[in-house]
Design a binder for this molecule. Sequence first.
Ligand code: 5AD
Ligand code: SF4
Length: 448
Amino acid sequence: MQTTATPRTYRVKSFGCQMNVYDGDRMAELLAEQGITAAPEGEEADLVVLNTCHIREKAAEKVYSDIGRLVKNWDREDGSAPMIAVAGCVAQAEGEEIMARAPAVTMVVGPQAYHRLPEMVRAASAGERVTDTDMPAETKFDALPRRKRSGPTAFLTVQEGCDKFCTYCVVPYTRGAEVSRPYSALIDEAKLLVEAGAREITLLGQNVNAWTGENAKGQTVGLDGLARELAAIPELARIRYTTSHPNDMTQGLIDAHGENAKLMPFLHLPVQAGNDRVLKAMNRSHTVESYLKILDRVRAVRPDIALSGDFIVGFPGETDAEFEDTLKLVDAVGYAQCFSFKYSPRPGTPAATMGDQVSAAVMDERLQRLQSALNRDQLAFNAATVGKTCDVLVERKGKHAGQWLGKSPWLQSVHFTGEAQVGQIVRVEVTSAGPNSLGAVQIGMMAA
Ligand code: 5AD
Ligand code: SF4
């Protein structure tokens, strides 16, 4: 089997978090600049980028099975092979192993090195196998093309990496130390996204609320200052941010929820567990009480805020009683929507070698109980909007004529009937609520 010469078409498959989606888009833009075009839906691509996630179990195994499938399904008459690049956090963590185990892979590129993808593609086209998992001091962002296309909602990575070292988490090792992108670069990228059609921008970071930078006046500002400047872009209607750490939830950012009308009433603030001993063993550096106090302060300035979080069940040593504390916390908060996971030992993290690993059966049972409590609250949150009106940013057409799909300010998916266009913000009346979406009818158009 011979490697494809210079690829003409590409496909980027992103797994995992929203930052991977952002990175995947940027890689696609880089490849497009090289004259490589996106493979049409349903057709094989000459170059496939698997943009992987390492946060939980079996991610690496999934990469190997994806590679196997790509090779097996490839049936071009010229006998060529697909060019496969493994990118993302599995590439960073297990690059060497991938190269050794999967001969079909010609490129391994880490999350901080993907701006070098074009050179790597050139080398791979000449028959080389290349790995780049450097974490260079210079930022990849400067080397990426200017943003030219956007749908109504866009992601903008403002911060990367993590210095918190929660004992279960692989991110500080795969994404590196906390780094904030400069203020002016972010304002520029946001303006380009808005010119390209974005009405909503979600600011992304592993610890997005740890972002800090220097504004045009030379003052040091936090995420609230960045959001204030972004709010001055007239065509930008909505600003969101994710994911935040409780310890970086400054009063300035909390106040912004009461002051900045474009900052949407939604806060994703992971707590992970509802018991202080477990939180300490996780190295979370907040307690249940300090977490709840933050939520109180946010609710004081923005009573309708939708709260969201992440949970891990079955952290090593978690007892039944400690797990019950997580359920109590859930009852106390009343979340709008959450993510919850079974603990998964990540190689190289401190928790992976802790004693008292919880059995799979116990984790299953705990996850089920937690998820039924979270689902109950999610449905209650959605049901409370029935009969009320709200604004929806229209993201796409529905299946039938006159049906549309968009998001409420509280990040609920809304299906509605009316006369709208993608990118508009319309007023709807909510008529029904399910666990994952709202049904509505359009009653007007916002002046925007
Ligand atoms: N096991 C299970 N869940 C994890 N997360 C991070 N690391 C692990 C792990 N080892 C979850 C956390 C985090 C989310 C992105 O993924 O809840 O907030
Ligand atoms: Fe991982 Fe903790 Fe950092 Fe979040 S704060 S990325 S869970 S180490």
